[in-house]
Design a protein around this ligand. Structure first.
Ligand code: GTP
Length: 529
């Protein structure tokens, strides 16, 4: 069984899949820990900027208040009034419609000793009162006068503004009362208070375009100066505490801000992320496809070809698509093909050597036995005839003794070549099966036909007239031939060869230079030349 991921294709799929997952994970981590914090920080800056804007608008409103109170404080009539020289001043200037027109809650005049000189404004019930001091019904002014006196004790600037957090949310502005614009010393103080009423707040919302609320809070409760809470995907709550009067209170600005900027950035980032991921996946797929088509598919083709070699007896041609490549795979295929051809030639040569006699070039006993076995099997199966000849050179020892061993070799080669040529027109197999012994396999040949061939061969060798002057049989080289044919009692290769051998010895015994046939019933007849 093939182990999992053993193929290159699976390994590449796994490796590139791993790389892809790693890259996507890296993208997600970068998005989570690098990009998102930047977007959130940007959003915090935006929220802080919006709160700055609200604070600036509040500051601008306080400046208006400052200019208003300075206008009144630097008016000569006011100076005269605070000096006690113009008693009609309050009747002609300080009345309810004045406060209504100026959108004020109160006006407080302090003399040069910081003591109330005149107060005018609305009490807790909304009743307009105007008095020379803080005795009822103008006792509501006491709190504000205390704030003003506390502020005058700590700072003695010509004019000041501040937010009031108590007893209600309001803006306050204070200015010294001067004659001819500060050329004279301050003759007293004028404070105006404008409530941060609902209509005023609505106007502030319109001006800033921000949905905001102002709240009075205790200073000790405010742990952080500024905070931001993302209440939903579309909105966030930003708040900032600003200084106010009295000192133990703060005014908190609460603003509900849209998260469009963040959402737009997030959308853009997501868009980029999806595209990057898409391009990444596509790149990996393209790489896999290129790998598959350029490397893996040809390698698989190569591998299939090499596997087929085990089954083929002769190597099938290498696919041209591999051989014609000009890359490393092509080189590998060409080199492999050369090696294969070389190996095939070598093995063919080895087979040739192992099946043929080196001296005569005829088939050797091994090949003869194989062919005989196959032929006998086919004859057995199809009922065809088979005959064999066994040929032994007569007195070859004497030949060697007199002509020498090398001449003996030449004689063997000459006879082998002659016999091969003589039998060439037939589908016979001539083999050298012993030192000076040859065998002929004659498929589809009867005993009589084999005898005819044996006689022809015998005569042909005689007519060749190879000198053998010391042979007692003839002055020329002669042979003795035993003939046997397949029959019921000669059905195996060894049977038929043993029979041919016996017949050959009969020929020897009969005087040599003759043909003898093996006969059934253990009778061997020799036919003399
Ligand atoms: N030159 C040469 N001689 C061989 C070769 N193989 C066998 N012989 C010789 O063949 C001779 C066979 O001799 P024997 O078996 O006595 O038979 P013979 O002399 O031919 O006599 P008969 O067969 O009875 O006619 C031996 O002298 C072997 O040395 C060979 O390859 N080359």
């Amino acid at each position: 069984m093939t182990p999992p991921f053993s193929s290159l294709r699976h390994r590449f799929f796994l490796a590139l899949g791993g790389v892809l997952c790693f890259a996507l994970l890296a993208l997600i981590l970068v998005a989570r820990y690098q990009i998102m914090p930047i977007l959130l920080e940007d959003e915090e800056k935006y929220a802080s900027g919006e709160l700055d804007r609200v604070e600036r608008t509040l500051g601008s409103e306080l400046n208006h208040m400052r200019r208003l109170v300075e206008d009144w404080a630097w008016w000569d009539d006011t100076y005269d009034f605070i000096q006690g020289q113009r008693p009609e001043y309050t009747d002609s200037n300080i009345y309810e419609s004045t406060l209504e027109t100026l959108d004020l809650k109160m006006m407080i005049f302090l003399d040069v000793r910081n003591q109330p000189s005149w107060v005018a404004g609305y009490d807790e019930d909304g009743e307009f009162t105007s008095c020379p001091d803080t005795a009822p019904p103008c006792d509501w002014a006491t709190t504000y006068i205390n704030y003003l006196q506390a502020r005058l004790d700590s700072e003695n600037e010509a004019s000041q503004t501040w937010l009031l957090a108590q007893p209600e949310l309001a803006m306050a502005a204070m200015s010294g009362i001067y004659q001819s614009r500060e050329t004279s010393p301050s003759a007293g103080w004028l404070m105006m208070v404008r409530p941060l009423s609902a209509p005023w707040l609505e106007q502030l919302r319109d001006t800033t375009g921000i949905d905001l609320h102002l709240t009075s809070i205790a200073a000790e409760n405010e742990a952080v100066h500024e905070s931001l809470e993302r209440v939903s995907a579309t909105h966030m709550a930003a708040s900032r505490a600003v200084d106010a009067m009295p000192d133990d209170r703060l005014v908190r600005i609460d603003a509900t801000l849209p998260r469009q900027r963040y959402q737009a950035s997030l959308e853009t980032f997501r868009f980029a992320l999806y595209w990057t991921s898409g391009v990444l996946v596509l790149t990996v797929l393209v790489v896999l496809w290129l790998l598959e088509s350029i490397v893996l598919a040809p390698l698989r083709q190569f591998s299939r070809y090499t596997q087929r070699l085990h089954l083929d007896t002769t190597p099938s041609p290498m696919p041209a698509s591999l051989l014609n490549r000009h890359d490393e795979i092509g080189t590998l295929a060409q080199e492999f093909r050369h090696l294969l051809d070389h190996q095939y030639q070598q093995s063919t040569l080895l087979l040739e050597l192992s099946q043929h006699d080196s001296l005569t070039g005829l088939a050797n006993r091994r090949l003869f036995d194989e062919q005989l076995k196959q032929t006998m099997h086919q004859a057995q199966t199809h009922g065809t005839q088979v005959a064999t000849l066994m040929i032994d050179i007569d007195h070859f020892k004497l030949y060697n003794d007199h002509y020498g061993h090398l001449a003996g070799d030449d004689c063997l080669s000459t006879l082998a070549e002659f016999m091969q040529g003589h039998l060439a027109s037939h589908r016979f197999l001539a083999a050298r099966t012993g030192g000076e012994e040859f065998s002929i396999l004659m498929p589809g040949t009867s005993l009589n036909e084999a005898l005819d061939h044996a006689h022809e061969l015998l005569e042909a060798i005689n007519s060749l007239a190879l000198p053998h002057e010391y042979s007692p049989t003839s002055p020329y080289v002669t042979v003795s031939i035993g003939v046997a044919a397949r029959q019921d009692n000669l059905s195996t290769p060894s049977d038929i060869m043993r029979a041919a051998d016996q017949a050959m010895y009969q020929a020897k015994a009969g005087g040599r230079n003759r043909v003898a046939a093996y006969q059934a019933q253990d009778q061997t007849s020799s036919i003399e030349h």
